[in-house]
Design a protein around this ligand. Structure first.
Ligand SMILES: [Zn+2]
Ligand SMILES: [Zn+2]
Length: 202
């Protein structure tokens, strides 16, 4: 029992440590690590190349959880790093889908997001370098937070499931895209219901 505990504690330690590569030697898997791998790219070797050298990396990930607030499906695209005198210039186009709630009909739908990244990863990093755009000593850049920032900017302020969404009926709450309701289209204040009945009889 205690051996198992030590093994699990060691696994946990490896998951969050720079010796994470050793974890493949142990059974089981880290809770989050697999989801982050697609956006962790080893660019260290590019720093030894001459200016102008470039390399493209494909990104194809069916599910990525970026922090607890952003679930992203079908993250596709590529990123090209070009060696410059100041570091690595990145150019990327990516598309992804994220589940949102329509403000008109309140139904859940998948919003497609398209992002374009054109940023310089500085090397060697300067004091004022944005931490998201610096290349750590390991040579592995983690694009997770950078991609998160770009994706969040693309999320509409008033998400709608489609241009044809007519929203909900204000009287009965039925989705209006599904067709007209059976009830009259004007609602009478219940306090004037009796008056309305008298008038219609007159
Ligand atoms: Zn809608
Ligand atoms: Zn209705």
């Amino acid at each position: 029992m205690s051996t198992l505990f030590v093994l699990l504690a060691f696994r946990f330690y490896l998951c969050y440590d720079r010796y994470a590569f050793l974890e493949t030697l142990l059974p089981g898997g880290c809770v989050n690590q697999d989801k982050y791998n697609a956006l962790r790219i080893n660019v260290g070797f590019l720093l030894h190349q001459s200016v102008g050298y470039k390399r493209k990396f494909e990104i194809d990930e069916s599910f990525v959880q970026i922090e607890s607030d952003l679930d992203v499906y079908d993250l596709f695209g590529d990123i090209t790093f070009t060696r410059t005198s100041q570091g690595l210039y990145s150019q990327s186009d990516m598309t992804a889908r994220t589940p949102l709630e329509c403000v008109r009909c309140l139904s859940k739908y998948d919003q497609e997001l398209t992002i374009e990244i054109n940023d310089l990863f500085v090397h060697p990093p300067q004091k004022e370098t944005d931490p998201l755009l610096s290349i750590p000593k390991s040579g592995i850049v983690d694009l997770t937070n950078l991609v998160r920032e770009y994706l969040l900017l693309e999320i509409p302020i008033r998400p709608t499931c489609g241009v044809g969404c007519k929203g909900l009926c204000q009287i009965c709450g039925k989705e209006q895209s599904e067709g007209q309701c059976d009830h009259p289209q004007t609602m009478i204040d219940p306090r004037f219901e009796v008056l309305h009945t008298l008038l219609s009889k007159a």
